[in-house]
Design a protein around this ligand. Structure first.
Ligand code: TRH
Length: 381
């Protein structure tokens, strides 16, 4: 009886389209948003996605051969050449400019209440983002307007994905004890200078343990695998490093929280490291003509605003070295970073507090939809 009543309540509908370009960031972001809208905001979400194999890695409940399935209340549709998607939702999100099918756009255009149409952009801290957030882009032929939605770190941007319970859950987990060794977690691209990092950490004794996510970066280290208790030529103990299996996305935050220093990459793990409130080193997704360095520097400018000069300098130097395939000075920059760890630990907590003073991305997106629907004179949902 109760469930029948619940089903009768009109719910906002949302379609999210996602084409996976490479790696896991696209599916990670699309899934987090879909799940949060469904579970926390009770939106009826349909996620149309073209790579269920990658999705299965992050969300093992997803079966990759299945054309249609329901996970956490999200209807997941395999997006194949022949897939026809009918009945556009009230809120239509195309992730990362993936282009909606022409027949779907045509169906949107003839709806009596035309959907709010969003292009969810990649995350960037570059200063132009706030000025471009929510800019409208009318379709050249159809009576439809797309809005560019830019996630970001400052007021005026679209914010960051943050589930309601995330911070409470993290705060319930004690920071790792430093009685033995501090834990470093490494998740990076293949060209990260991981061997140079491993060498300096090893030379400096036993203060840190390295955990590295399985993949090609780990393979690069295999020939340096040390046996605990053995000594390096300089007499220092050889550090073993541990392989970390790639975990389901639901277990990813807990993995971060088990470590003291986080090496992360791309977009989603970069954001989760900030919610983890640990010192972190970000490897930006490499782009042609080093365009990613502008993104890196823009974020550093923001992150270092309230950091004292020596700590900011140490952090910047290590981030730049980590984003350089063969840096000359990784040992020096790592040691300077380690010296600043007490300051960087405190800063990571403060930065997390600053970020969470902003509304999260899903809430902001829904507020925008509500406003947009009202402007067009549509009733909610
Ligand atoms: O995989 P990425 O390199 O993704 C990138 C970026 O998003 C980039 O901006 C985009 O252009 C490119 O994809 C196409 O890094 P990212 O963004 O951190 O995504 C990794 C996802 O994998 C993230 O959602 C966390 C998840 N993950 C797990 O679920 N389990 C794990 O064990 C690990 C290491 C990651």
């Amino acid at each position: 009886m109760t469930s029948t009543t619940a089903l009768q309540v009109p719910r906002l509908t949302c379609d999210i389209f996602c084409r996976v370009v490479d790696n896991f960031g696209d599916v990670g972001v699309a899934w987090r948003l879909a799940r949060q809208l469904s579970v926390e905001h009770l939106v009826r979400v349909r996620l149309v996605i073209d790579d269920l194999k990658s999705m299965h890695v992050l969300v093992p409940e997803v079966i990759d051969e299945r054309a249609l399935q329901l996970v956490d209340g999200v209807e997941i549709v395999a997006w194949r050449e022949s897939t026809r998607i009918d009945n556009p939702a009230a809120l239509v999100i195309e992730a990362f400019a993936c282009d909606l099918p022409a027949d779907f756009l045509a169906a949107m255009a003839v709806m009596s209440q035309r959907p709010t149409w969003i292009n969810l952009e990649y995350l960037s801290a570059e200063p132009w983002v706030a000025a471009h957030h929510l800019l409208p882009s009318p379709h050249p032929a159809l009576p439809l307007t797309k809005h560019f939605y830019f996630p970001g770190f400052t007021a005026g941007t679209g914010g960051l994905l943050r589930e309601n319970s995330l911070i409470v859950a993290r705060e319930a987990v004690p920071f790792p004890s430093h009685a033995h060794r501090q834990g470093i977690l490494i998740f990076g691209y293949d060209n990260a200078p991981v061997e140079a990092l491993f060498d300096v950490v090893t030379q400096d004794g036993n203060a840190f343990a390295i955990d590295i996510v399985e993949g090609r970066l780990l393979d690069k280290l295999q020939h340096r695998r040390g046996v605990p208790g053995n000594n390096a030529p300089n007499g220092a103990p050889v550090l073993a490093f541990q392989k970390v299996p790639f975990l389901p996305i639901a277990a990813f935050d807990a993995l971060l929280w088990q470590h003291d220093i986080l090496f992360v990459r791309g977009e989603d793990s970069f954001v989760r490291a900030q919610w983890a409130a640990r010192p972190f080193i970000w490897q930006a997704y490499p782009q042609a003509e080093s365009a990613h360095l502008a993104k890196l520097n823009a974020f550093l400018d923001l992150y270092c605003e309230q950091l004292d000069a020596p700590a900011a300098q140490a952090l910047r130097a290590l981030w730049l070295a980590w984003n350089t395939p063969s840096p000359d000075d990784l040992a020096k920059t790592w040691r300077a970073f380690v010296e600043q760890l007490p300051v960087l630990n405190a800063h990571a907590l403060n930065w997390g507090k600053r970020l969470r003073a902003m509304p999260d991305l899903a809430s902001q997106l829904l507020s925008f939809h509500a406003k947009n629907a009202k402007i067009q004179g549509f009733a909610q949902p």
